[in-house]
Write a protein that binds this ligand. Structure first.
Ligand SMILES: [Zn+2]
Length: 121
């Protein structure tokens, strides 16, 4: 998967327009105390997902891509609204599912006693 890129940032609360954020404040305090290292993004939650359809995904050609997202939230210290502070996007890619064909094994997966179907471990 490609690295995530920042595509949108929200600098203030959409409800009261305050720029004071709870997690951001905690991170600043911990950075000053040298309890954490710089470089992270303050986040109450990070919601990750993708836009794909499992009914269609298996039929797409190898190398096909689909959007993958990460939405980062924080909470407003003035009014308590939880809101997205950053939206990041990347691309997922359809890759080959490598299944080794071993002589004596159907589909490369071992059969278990009493089973006529290949089993996953
Ligand atoms: Zn607010």
């Amino acid at each position: 998967m490609k690295p995530f890129k920042l595509i949108k940032e929200f600098k203030f609360c959409p409800n009261c327009h305050s720029k004071d954020r709870y997690i951001e404040k905690l991170v600043k305090e911990e950075l000053e105390a040298k309890h954490i290292l710089p470089g992270g993004v303050p986040s109450l939650t990070i919601i990750e997902g993708n836009v794909s359809d499992p009914r269609v995904l298996p039929s797409l050609p190898l190398g096909s891509t689909f959007p993958v997202y990460a939405v980062i939230t924080d909470v407003c210290l003035n009014c308590g609204t939880i809101y997205a502070t950053q939206i990041h996007q990347s691309e997922g890619e359809i890759k080959a599912n490598i299944d080794l064909i071993v002589p004596g094994r159907e589909g490369g997966l071992p059969k278990f006693p009493g089973s006529d179907k290949p089993q996953h471990n």
